[in-house]
Design a protein around this ligand. Structure first.
Ligand SMILES: N[C@@H](CCC(=O)N[C@@H](CS)C(=O)NCC(=O)O)C(=O)O
Length: 346
């Protein structure tokens, strides 16, 4: 009997300490960029203005797209308001200066994560939101089926991009004679191709899908099958504030984790009383720390999911209309053979 009582006493002590651990408060000092965002009540996000589906200005004059929703998600996470964002359009070659000058808090603009950008721009890249690769578009009437078919011809390309570097490597490595016509901005690059000044147009395959969707007859243009590079597209922020970078990273992970758990903008409220500890930790419910670890509202993911939906909702809303099929690609959830994977929220 004494032994049983002792066991009960030990269990009681253990369960009390378990609760104490779960209720532990965490002291987080927010970094200088997070503080600046809180002080001005606004996130300044570097964005694209001409890439349909990803970052563009719609008919109402507002920034819209997949990358834009990442800015909105971060504003919702920190400020509770997805609309508290000021967008700064950045041409490709303006990106380095924008990150280094402190002109923007973060960038979400079809930007490839590379070693030199990490180190020389002084950036911290968040997990990729879209795994991409570079391709080439040609007019269907040419009958060209591979890049080598453009030998003796020309390709339109935008400067200040990994695109320009990769296609130069590809041409040299394959001993091709292809003239590159180089432009500073996306629209003139596309227009030159459309007007027939180049035989091909090259950029990330996502960007090709975006521009092709704006063509008078998208079916008149063919995306060649070859993928000549890896283009992991990620949001990024300055190295001066690793704490802010963590907020961006875990907001992206949260969008992916929400999709894995089936939590959407429509049903998130029904998950607030879920007894699944994995759900409770993501949503910061039942004394579990979530946003508290990041110095932001503990239930930040509830606000984020309500504002923009989970990763899959964002993808479907913006990228299906431009013809980007997700199934079977690297952008599928890891549970479906893709690379979209969140570390544990705990
Ligand atoms: N992912 C590549 C390419 C990104 C890029 O800037 N692509 C062009 C063509 S789709 C673009 O978005 N241009 C928009 C602009 O400069 O207005 C990179 O990070 O360098």
């Amino acid at each position: 009997m004494k032994k049983v009582l002792l066991l009960v006493a030990i269990l009681a002590v253990l369960s009390v300490s378990a609760i104490v651990v779960a209720q532990d408060t965490v002291a987080v000092t927010v970094g200088p960029i997070t503080q600046r965002i809180l002080d001005r009540g606004m996130l300044v996000c570097g964005a694209n203005n001409a890439v349909q589906g990803f970052g563009f200005v719609n008919d109402a004059g507002d920034f819209e797209g997949f990358d834009i929703d990442i800015c909105r998600a971060v504003a919702a996470a920190i400020l509770g308001d997805p609309d508290a964002v000021e967008y700064r359009y950045l041409a490709a070659a303006e990106r380095q200066a924008a990150i280094q000058s402190g002109e923007i808090d973060m960038m979400s603009r079809n930007t490839t994560w590379t070693l030199s950008r990490d180190s020389q721009w002084g950036a911290i890249f968040a997990p990729p939101t879209f795994y991409d690769g570079q391709g080439v578009l040609v007019r269907a009437e040419t009958g060209i089926t591979e890049i080598s078919g453009l030998d003796g011809g020309s390709i339109c390309v935008q400067t200040g991009t990994t695109t320009e570097l990769n296609i130069t490597d590809y041409i040299n490595q394959n001993g091709l004679n292809i003239e590159l016509q180089v432009f500073a901005e996306a629209n003139p690059t596309w227009e030159a191709y459309v007007q027939g000044r180049c035989d091909g147009f090259t950029t990330d395959k996502s960007g090709i899908a975006a521009f092709r969707s704006t063509a008078e007859d998208p079916g008149a243009h063919v995306i060649l099958a070859e993928t000549i590079s890896k283009e992991p597209l990620s949001p990024l922020s300055p190295q001066s504030d690793p704490q802010f970078a963590e907020i961006i990273a875990w907001t992206v992970y949260g969008l992916i984790q929400a999709e894995e758990l089936g939590i959407t903008s429509e049903n998130v409220d029904t998950f607030l009383t879920s007894e699944d500890p994995v759900v409770q930790r993501l949503l910061g419910q039942n004394n579990n720390n979530s946003g508290a670890f990041l110095g932001i509202p503990n239930d930040f993911m509830v606000t984020v999911i309500k504002a923009v939906g989970n990763y899959g909702e964002i993808y479907t809303r913006h990228l299906e209309p431009i013809g980007l099929v997700r199934e079977g690609t690297l952008n599928a959830l890891w549970t479906e053979g893709g690379l979209m994977y969140s570390p544990p929220f705990r």
